[in-house]
Design a protein around this ligand. Structure first.
Ligand SMILES: Cc1ncc(C[n+]2csc(CCOP(=O)(O)OP(=O)(O)O)c2C)c(N)n1
Ligand SMILES: [Mg+2]
Length: 347
């Protein structure tokens, strides 16, 4: 985990100051509303993913399915630092990103089951969903592809003269891919407003970071060309938001790209077909019991008297209802008509 200090930095309430004032390891103090919002959003992702795992096991979901359980604080914390118009793009572990961007649970779940009401009309599946309205640009199965596309989004923002920032999420494994560095170079050269978020969950499929990466401080991956970077405790939503706000301010002020290495962990296997035998049960259990992002927020809410057990249970029930409704819809909705085979394709 990244070292922590409790210095409060550039929160939206105090006005963003950028990275000059950002102390690595800093957190933003959350008030009751922030904590409750973070709790609900992270819980929605957790429960959604648990249900998706169940539906997969029951044969309702075909193809690939990569769950985000354990990593929820990363996308929820970053989302709290954005404004309307900022864009998000990621790889195939994408359900959490879509929910955090405000895409509907029904739309995501129905896409997983390949139904008409899915966000790609049932033709994309887990790894290929988009929402122009919510500024979410996918959903990409090719490792690293989203990094150059996310850089392109930033180029478009610069070209159009708006102040939007694009967020390109990718993994520790993807961080060793060639096009990532071509993208870094262009972004640094043209000072493009892009935040490269490396979700270091310690494994790329079954390969640990130590076995695959010559340098394991991913925040320094752009240092030779002047891209600043920070390591962030990606299990603490307050630390993510603090780093996110500093990074967003940096980009919006025209200072170019920035890298945030989110130190996180995935509890489940790489995909539904991975029994995860390359790590010990103890390792997973230790992360769950000592660093779980949702439990951290819950403990603070209870400790500060900001919510009772009953209130938290009511939130959980609300969230479970949303997820159950999405699963019902995803099983009842019809499959796309055969004629859909000939739409939305480039000839
Ligand atoms: C170009 C390319 N090479 C290989 C693969 C196969 N592949 C899929 S996921 C993956 C591992 C990526 O790990 P990481 O970037 O750490 O992301 P995580 O799955 O941990 O979120 C690999 C090698 C692929 N999809 N695309
Ligand atoms: Mg990884």
């Amino acid at each position: 985990m990244a070292p922590r200090n409790t210095a409060s930095v550039s929160s939206r309430k105090t006005g963003s100051k950028g990275i000059e004032d950002f102390a690595p390891g800093a957190i933003v103090e959350f008030d009751r509303d922030d904590e409750l919002k973070a709790y609900r959003e992270m819980l929605l992702i957790r429960r959604f993913e648990e249900k998706a795992g169940q539906l997969y096991g029951m044969g309702f979901i075909g193809g690939f399915c990569h769950l985000y359980i354990g990593q929820e604080a990363v996308v929820v914390g970053m989302q709290l630092a954005l404004k309307e118009g900022d864009q998000v793009i990621t790889g195939y572990r994408d359900h959490g990103h879509m929910l955090a961007c405000g895409m509907s649970a029904r739309g995501v779940m129905a896409e997983l089951t390949g139904r008409r009401g899915g966000l790609s009309k049932g033709k994309g599946g887990s790894m290929h969903m988009f929402s122009k309205e919510k500024h979410f640009y996918g959903g990409h199965g090719i490792v690293g592809a989203q990094v150059s596309l996310g850089t392109g989004l930033a180029f478009a923002n610069r070209y159009r003269g708006n102040d939007n920032v694009s967020l390109a999420y990718f993994g520790d494994g993807a961080a060793n891919q060639g096009q990532v560095y071509e993208s870094f170079n262009m972004a640094a050269l043209w000072k493009l407003p892009v935040i490269y978020i490396i979700e270091n969950n310690r494994y790329a499929m079954g390969t640990s970071v130590a076995r695959a990466s010559a340098g394991v401080d991913f925040s320094k991956r752009g240092s030779a060309i002047g891209i600043p970077g920070f390591q962030v405790d990606g299990m603490d939503v307050r630390a993510v938001k603090a780093a996110g706000e500093a990074a967003v301010a940096h980009c919006r002020e025209g200072k170019g790209p920035i890298i945030l290495e989110m130190q996180t962990y995935r509890y489940r296997g790489h995909s539904m077909s991975d029994p995860a035998k390359y790590r010990s049960k103890d390792e997973v259990q230790k992360m769950r019991s000592e660093h779980d992002p949702i439990e951290q927020v819950k403990a603070r809410l209870l400790e500060k008297g900001w919510a009772s057990e009953d209130e938290l249970k009511a939130i959980d029930k609300d969230v479970r209802d949303i997820v159950a409704d999405s699963a019902d819809f995803a099983q009842a909705d019809p499959e796309p008509d055969v004629s859909e085979l000939y739409t939305d394709i480039l000839l």
